[in-house]
Design a protein around this ligand. Structure first.
Ligand SMILES: [Zn+2]
Length: 474
């Protein structure tokens, strides 16, 4: 008997009987989805017609499935622009879409993901829903607080509510007030973006609040961005709570989740077909872009959807009962090179747009760093001596505070700090760990820019001259 070869992921599943059963179940659900879609969804009918598929019978097995053309976000965005308001990827009439969620990406053309009541009711089918439903530690009445932004809040609340949990909104004007509310309302689970939990923890620490003793929080969960394992340990220890890393997107909802004894999430495959492909070759690979088909999404279907998320599958089986593979540290970044800063994706050109409105600011560098788990943006700026430097500095700071939703560090550097290399200039340096999408100009520039964020101008000048003289010697 030959070894089991999985049709979707290059993973050695431990329990072959179980995964075979799951794939059979998924296949039945997928065929049902395909039949539904081909009967009334104009977007897929047109798309698949071009590929020679007019009936669900044309897709006979997993190999046929893997020949289906990908669906991209750009394609869906374009379709929505050409056919407003929601495009043609609709399985039921427009009036059935009762909740509209827009992707966080600020690429100028965000994608609206409409929910019919049927799709919204399938909330329990994502990773968090399955986690809450199956764990005996969370009986009805368990108290959960969600710290998501308003758009995500509405549907994030569906899961726990449907499972009988009590959902308590933050309703606080400051973090200090919020921490008090967490204690008073006897919150047991907090679900939020990682950076939100980190900033809340920093506030608690600065206020001298011992959340481990004073609060009843046992579980912290969330993701939505790169999670630094060391910061995560610190946060867990501070709250005396296990931190569950969740991988999440507007299109798939939560699709990966930690188990009790691992710190890299399992891909929760039951409600979603998943593949990982090398984006350059399209060949199945343990490292690459996640391709997904959520089986529960019938009315805004995503079939072989290119998520744009870069993941790395771990070869080693987890010790827990969970059969699914794990992805190292969750989603590692975006395939297309956009930057994810505090859970929001920015393309480099967008990040540079506000500063382009200040004609005096022509030489600058942006440095994205991570400090105690929080993304920070530093702007190093040269301004001509004649300009109203203080006013310009304050205006730029204000413009970016509005744009980013938090205050960046804006700092003046001496004239001619940045070399002029026409056609070769780089403006953004991402110095966060695990991020190799944008490489700095040279190692000495990397050091100069990162020092500049930490020290005042005199120290910066000193370092700059020091490097210059050292390089001159060698
Ligand atoms: Zn596990």
């Amino acid at each position: 008997m030959s070894a089991y070869q999985d049709p979707l992921l290059p993973f050695q599943y431990r329990n072959v009987a179980e995964i075979t059963k799951l794939r059979a179940l998924q296949w039945r659900r997928f065929k049902q989805l395909l039949r539904t879609v081909l009967s009334s969804n104009r977007f897929y009918r047109n798309k698949y017609k071009k590929a020679g598929i007019t009936s669900a019978d044309d897709v006979r097995n997993w190999n046929d499935y893997k020949d289906l053309p990908y669906v991209t976000k750009q394609e869906l965005t374009l379709d929505q622009r050409e056919h407003p308001p929601l495009g043609t990827n609709l399985t039921v009439p427009l009036r059935h879409y009762t909740f509209l969620k827009t992707t966080s990406g600020t690429s100028g053309n965000p994608l609206t993901v409409p929910y019919s009541d049927r799709d919204l009711m399938a909330a329990g089918e994502d990773a968090v829903g399955i986690f809450l439903k199956n764990d005996p530690r969370f009986p009805p009445g368990t108290r959960v607080m969600l710290l998501h932004p308003p758009g995500a809040y509405t549907y994030a609340a569906e899961n726990p509510r449907r499972n009988g949990l009590v959902v308590i909104p933050p309703d606080a004007r400051s973090d200090a007030e919020l921490l008090k509310r967490i204690i008073d309302m006897k919150i047991e689970i907090i679900n939020a973006y990682f950076s939100r939990i980190v900033s809340l923890t920093q506030t608690a620490q600065s206020l001298g609040l011992d959340m481990k003793k004073r609060s009843r929080v046992r579980i912290l969960m969330g993701g939505g961005e790169y999670v630094n394992p060391n910061i995560r340990k610190w946060v867990s220890a501070f709250w005396g709570a296990k931190y569950y890393l969740v991988t999440v997107s507007t299109e798939l909802r939560s699709f990966g989740m930690d188990c009790a004894n691992a710190s890299s999430p399992h891909l929760i495959e039951k409600p979603c077909l998943m593949e990982i492909v090398d984006p350059a070759t399209g060949i199945s690979s343990p490292k690459g872009e996640l391709i997904a088909t959520p089986l529960w999404r019938l009315d805004f279907p995503l079939i072989r959807y290119r998520t744009g998320d870069y993941v790395e599958m771990m070869a080693k089986q987890c010790q827990c009962d969970n059969i699914y593979p794990r992805i190292r540290n969750g989603v590692l970044g975006r395939i297309d090179g956009s930057l994810r800063i505090r859970a929001v994706s920015y393309y480099p050109a967008e990040l540079l747009d506000p500063i382009s409105h200040f004609p005096d600011a022509t030489r600058y560098q942006f440095v994205v760093t991570k400090e105690r788990g929080l993304d920070q943006v530093g702007i190093l700026l040269e301004l001509p001596l004649k300009s109203a430097r203080k006013d310009s500095l304050a205006s730029i700071r204000r413009a970016y505070t509005n744009f980013l939703g938090f205050q960046p560090k804006v700092q003046l550097v001496p004239p001619n700090t940045f070399p002029f290399e026409p056609g070769k200039r780089r403006y953004i340096f991402d110095l966060r760990p695990m991020n190799n999408q944008l490489k700095p100009l040279s190692p000495s520039w990397l050091l100069v820019t990162s020092y500049a964020l930490k020290y005042d101008i005199m120290k910066l000048l000193f370092k700059y001259l020091f490097f210059f003289s050292r390089h001159a010697k060698t």
